[in-house]
Design a binder for this molecule. Structure first.
Ligand code: SF4
Length: 350
């Protein structure tokens, strides 16, 4: 598994909305003694899987009318969930909370097969917004289980994606939650063991876990391709590059967003003096800026750009108007909407 390195990074100045004249003057005074700038990571924010999941709920609301039920948070972001709730989405924890015959959407993190069975038993209409890259890991788990492998799933205990993947082959999967777990891992046959991973982990920590597993099980096999998804890897590469120059890195994302939490960890490991996770500008503590010259800004894969704009506005109001985009990698991937939704949309068009 290798990080996905893109073309040579480029730096350019993004024209931002000019702030009040007084703020500008204060900034220039300060800049002469202590230059203040923002390094804005790219890529950041929405990935293809999150975009597809959010659009799925929006289109379902348009097509079927509210309410539309969504099992779990469609993506791990408070703002996104509240915005969809305001439009008529009802978020539930379990399928049994959905009225019989209603429509339920499964979140981007994926569900275990038993959840599909429960939905069928209740006569629910289901739309599966599981990210195709999570589905890929589910399929790998099924295939290796059919071949009777022991599967070591590297991931975080209790995360929805891990629960969903484990549900594909519960008798074959053992969760490994970081290198410290490796000592306790046992398998039936050390010559028939493979590792898979959650899609939103730290690339470096996962490699450390794999190394520890390989020391214990030298015949450990690797998945056919990286499970840590392109978006997770690219956001980590980008934040590493800005963190090396930043006194402070602000990561926009929710606390239950695994890939956002990892960005804070990666920023600190890459040299940022401090890094904080915030849901939005209102959570920034002005004291974090004491003695700071360069602020790095990025956002997790479930974060809409409007929240990053809010953080940049806040920073501009506090003397950080000079924003430079640091582009590490260009992303072009998109995913089409779930088949069942596309079919209904086509039928509605007549
Ligand atoms: S972070 Fe990766 S796996 Fe998760 S939804 Fe986005 S593209 Fe899919």
């Amino acid at each position: 598994m290798r990080p996905h390195y893109g073309p040579t990074p480029t730096l350019w100045v993004t024209p931002r909305r000019p702030g009040p004249q007084r703020a500008r003057a204060r900034t220039m005074d300060t800049m002469t003694e202590h230059p203040r700038r923002v390094l804005l990571a790219a890529p950041r924010g929405y990935c293809a899987g999150v975009d597809r999941a959010v659009v799925t709920v929006e289109k379902a609301l348009e097509l079927y009318g509210p309410p539309v039920y969504v099992r779990k948070e469609i993506v791990h972001n408070k703002y996104v969930v509240q915005t969809l709730r305001n439009r008529g989405a009802i978020f539930v924890d379990e399928t049994e909370e959905v009225p019989e015959g209603a429509t339920v959407i499964f979140s981007a993190h994926g569900v275990a097969p038993i959840v599909h069975d429960e939905a069928a038993d209740r006569g629910l209409k289901t739309i599966d917004a599981t990210c195709p890259l999570v589905t890929k890991v589910h399929k790998e788990a099924v295939r290796f289980a059919e071949e009777d492998y022991d599967i070591l799933l590297i991931g975080h205990e209790g995360h929805e994606e891990v629960i969903g993947t484990t549900g594909e082959a519960p008798d074959h999967i053992t969760l490994v939650d970081g290198p410290d777990d490796v000592a306790d891992v046992e398998v039936r046959d050390p010559s028939k063991v493979v590792w898979l991973s959650q899609t939103t982990l730290s690339v470096d920590e996962t490699l450390a876990t794999v190394d520890a597993l390989k020391t214990k099980f030298p015949l450990l096999q690797s998945p056919p391709s990286d499970d840590i998804c392109y978006a997770t890897q690219n956001r980590q590469v980008a934040v590493k590059q800005i963190a090396a120059e930043a006194d402070l890195v602000v990561v926009v994302g929710s606390k239950n967003s695994s890939n956002s939490v990892r960005l804070v960890e990666v920023a600190l490991e890459a040299g940022a003096s401090a890094s904080y996770l915030v849901d939005g500008a209102d959570e920034i503590d002005p004291a974090w800026l004491d003695g700071v010259g360069t602020v790095g800004v990025t956002s997790g894969a479930s974060v809409p750009e409007v929240l990053v704009d809010g953080v940049l506005e806040w920073l501009a109001q506090h003397g950080f108007e000079d924003v430079r985009v640091h582009s590490a990698i260009e992303e072009k991937l998109t995913f089409s909407l779930p088949q069942e939704l596309k079919r209904d949309m086509k039928a509605a068009q007549g």
